[in-house]
Design a protein around this ligand. Structure first.
Ligand code: SF4
Ligand code: SF4
Ligand code: FES
Length: 227
């Protein structure tokens, strides 16, 4: 049943119906309805992965997976909010790892259970080819795993849906760390910049930034030179 008017839509939060203004994100629509995010909200800009949300559309049995801060609320959405994803993460010391092709499989052996169902890819709100990075990890291709998972925001939706209990995002983070520590080419200007920071070259500048008001910061941010 279409319940929208020109300016409002009807959403359902944990079963209760609310009329909310059209054009809000799911997060803002829920807040408009009186929902208080004590968890499940962080950056509000699509970066932190805290706002994983599941919904169904009226008349459709399928579940859909999105970020509440990035997705516009639509008429007839049945929403539930997920608690954070407590997928276990393996402990390791990056500097002591042997970064050979078996390292990911040794730390996350469950990746060998992948049945290639592609559910993880379909669940990903970042449109990452999640199954492909799991397959790359299985082949021992750390660089490819790191590259394919680069846009991961650790929301955990892939792991919640995986029938093989794989902790995709923790494994992929490990691949990116290994790549950064052992495999990425050294860039001379980065080395120089680190040396400058260690010498304290920017301390005065940082001190001044810390004292600025929000509007002063916005002004210099808008005026910055983008290379
Ligand atoms: S959801 Fe799990 S089993 Fe299915 S493709 Fe992804 S990693 Fe493999
Ligand atoms: S790969 Fe998994 S944890 Fe990362 S953004 Fe996609 S669904 Fe979220
Ligand atoms: S609140 Fe950070 S991604 Fe939505």
């Amino acid at each position: 049943m279409n319940t929208s008017s020109e300016n409002t839509i009807r959403i359902y939060v944990m079963g209760s119906a609310y009329e909310v203004p059209r054009g809000l994100t799911i997060m803002s629509a829920m807040e408009h309805a009186g929902w208080r995010f004590t968890r499940g909200a962080g950056c509000r800009s699509g970066f932190c992965g805290a706002c994983s949300t599941v919904y169904r559309q009226e008349g459709d049995y399928r579940l859909r997976f999105v970020l509440a801060c990035q997705t516009e609320a639509e008429d007839g959405m049945y929403l539930v909010q997920l608690p954070f994803t407590p997928a276990p993460r393996v402990s390791y010391t990056l500097a002591e790892l042997n970064p050979d092709e078996n390292v990911l499989l040794q730390h996350y052996p469950e990746i060998a259970r992948c049945v290639s169902c592609n559910t993880c890819t379909k669940a990903c709100p970042q449109d990452i080819e999640v199954m492909d990075y799991i397959q790359a990890a299985l082949r021992g291709d750390i660089a490819q795993t790191a590259s394919l998972s680069f846009d991961c925001i650790q929301c955990g939706l892939c792991s919640m849906r995986c029938p093989a209990d794989i902790k995709h995002y923790h494994m992929a983070q490990m691949a990116r760390r290994i790549y950064g520590r052992y495999m990425s080419p050294v860039t001379a200007h980065l080395e120089e910049r680190i040396a400058e920071i260690e010498k304290g070259v920017y301390e005065e500048e940082v001190e001044a930034l810390v004292k600025m008001t929000r509007s002063e910061l916005e002004e210099i941010y808008a005026a910055r030179v983008v290379e």
